[in-house]
Design a protein. Sequence first.
Length: 512
Amino acid sequence: MIRVLLFLIVVGAAAWSVAALANLPGDVVITWLGYHIETSVMVMLGAIAILVACVILLLWIARAIYRSPEQVSLFLRNRRAMKGYLAISRGLIAIGSGHAHLARRSADEAKRLAPHEPLALLLSAQSAQLSGNRTEAEAAFRAMVARPDTKLLGLRGLYMEAQRRNDMDAARLAAEEAAQTAPALTWASQAVLDFRSAAGDWSGALEVLERMKSTLDKALYRRQRAVLLTARALALEESDRDAARAAILEAVKLAPSLVPAAVLAGRRLAEAGELRKAARIIEAAWKAHPHPDLAETYANLRFGDSARDRLARVQALVAKGQQGIESALAVARAALDAREFAAARAALKPHLSAATQRLASLMAEIEEIEHGDEGRVREWTARALRAAPDPQWSADGVVSDRWMPVSPATGRLDAFQWKLPVAEIGIERPVIEVEPAPRESTEIAVETPKPASARAEPPPTKAPPRPKPVPPVEAVIPLVHVPDDPGPDQQLEADPVPEPTTPSGGWRRLFR
């Protein structure tokens, strides 16, 4: 409304001004070169306005004629650029849909129409990748590296191509150059961190992680730094014990639940006589993740203690954490070392119905040491062969008897976890028939193991259905399925294949 009012006011003022000029008395007389012109003021002003408009029009026409070659050239360039962008758009869509021929044709057209466009280089590289031409793709990425605006994109492309052909040296060089060019580039810094960790360059890996601190989640940064410090402490354990001690203590502060760090810190502090501090560290880790290494380290904090003292210490540790199977195994092991067989059996009793391999092996050892009953030892040994597996250090399908900071399969940092390996799930274990002997008997019938050819024939006395053979599995340890455990006092029904001879102490060699 205000704008309309202002418009009306301006129009009225202009009309009033024109009317006022027209009503002014007076004439305009021009005498020039014998010509005599006499007219009114309004006509004279109109003639001047028309003359000015004609002059302006003539100047615009002259300027347009003068600039016409440049305008034609600009039009042609814009038209060519538009065709190039359309070709790039078609090519990128074709790459997304997997149309290799159309992508290749669009890349050639874009390269011809817009050879200096970054997207044309990208289209050329990706169309070459789609068609399987790795040489052309690498050439396109190298052309990107030569340009400042596409250098990082080219380095990432070279890194991916090097990984595809399994050239880790070239991949490492591309990642390091990208990380040096742009320290905040996450993929490059992570790749350099993985490469240095896989090479055991813990100091260099810590430097890279420190540069990545601003881009990482705080909890992830603390965890990865603790893992690297633990690895560095393990590497310096023999050469520089002071540096190793400082590194492992910092690792424990950053990640109190990291079992390898707590174990190593407990040992170093125990050697230095700082028993309370060592105990606090192990207790904190045990509450988060019970582990047999923690129990063993805690039991041996004070050198020279008797077996009963170690048992009391383990019982105190178990009382502060979770009451699971790891706690039972820790107490039973300490009780067995102290020859407290009743305490060992009492600790394992709640878990006998779902015995694991370690538990069954420990029960076999108890039977052997306490009673020397070969029949019960054989029974528990056979049960251990088909019992549920125990957690182990595993990462990416690799199972290790000790913790490692980096996965040997993928080079991933902090990959190892204490858990049931994936390879242990889903395949049934072969069942071995065991003929239990009564406790009163002093003579145990032990059958001699038969060769593989003889095992295919069932005994003539009984012929139960033979289970299907277990197919071989390409894994570090075979995949198994946890069967129902019949218990130590029940008849074991299984494959008629006789059990190998297990003399006294033989189960120890089998499971170590």
